[in-house]
Design a protein around this ligand. Structure first.
Ligand code: FEO
Length: 183
C-alpha cells in the first residue's frame, strides 16, 4: 500500500527548501566568522544564533517530509559565496538572503494551494509568519546601521551596535501584536 501523501513534485520542492535552509545556515556561519574575525563579537554572536535557527528550519522540513511518508534526500550544501565587504554590506546581504528565502517560501505556498495539498499549505503558514519576523528583524538592523552612518558608521557607533546585538532577542515584534497601550 502506498502511504506517501506528497506528490512527487511537492516532495522535490520541500526537499529543495530543506537544503536551502541548510544553505542559509552556512551563509550566516560565514558572515558570523567574518564579523568575529573583524572584532565584532556581539554581531557575530547574533548571526551564530541565527545560523542555528536556520538549521532548525531545515529540521522542520525534514521532519514534515518524513511525516507525510515521502523520501528525504540529503544533498550537498552549496558554498556560502562571497564574504561581506563591510558591516553594512554584511547586514544588507543578510536582509537580501531573507527576502530571497521569503520568495521561495511563497512559491511553496502557491504550489500547495494549486495542488489542493492543504496539509502542506497549513505547514507552510508557520514559515510565512517566520519570514515576516525575520525580514522585520533584518530591516530593524539596517535602520540601526543607517542611523549609525551606514557605510560611514564610526568605530564608536559600531562598537555600541555590537554590544546591543550580543543579547538582542532573536524574535522581532510584529504589527499584529501591537495595541494602543503597547505600540
Ligand atoms: Fe529559514 Fe531565515 O529563514
Amino acid at each position: 500500500m502506498n502511504t506517501n501523501r506528497l506528490s512527487a513534485s511537492m516532495a522535490a520542492s520541500l526537499n529543495a527548501q530543506m537544503t536551502k535552509e541548510a544553505h542559509a545556515a552556512q551563509i550566516y556561519l560565514s558572515y558570523a566568522a567574518w564579523l568575529d574575525d573583524k572584532g565584532y563579537a556581539g554581531m557575530a554572536n547574533f548571526l551564530f544564533r541565527h545560523a542555528h535557527e536556520e538549521r532548525n528550519h531545515m529540521m522542520k522540513f525534514l521532519e514534515y517530509i518524513l511525516e507525510r511518508g515521502a523520501k528525504v534526500k540529503i544533498e550537498a550544501i552549496p558554498a556560502p559565496g562571497e564574504e561581506p565587504k563591510s558591516v553594512n554590506d554584511c547586514f544588507e546581504k543578510f536582509f537580501q538572503q531573507e527576502v530571497d528565502n521569503t520568495t521561495a517560501i511563497y512559491k511553496l505556498v502557491k504550489e500547495s494551494f494549486e495542488e489542493g495539498d492543504w496539509a502542506t499549505w497549513h505547514f507552510m503558514q508557520w514559515f510565512v509568519k517566520e519570514q515576516l519576523e525575520e525580514e522585520t528583524l533584518a530591516m530593524d538592523l539596517l535602520d540601526k546601521l543607517k542611523i549609525a552612518g551606514g557605510e560611514k558608521a564610526s568605530g564608536e557607533a559600531l562598537y555600541s551596535l555590537d554590544r546591543d546585538l550580543k543579547d538582542k532577542p532573536d524574535e522581532a515584534g510584529l504589527a499584529e501584536d501591537v495595541t494602543t497601550e503597547n505600540p
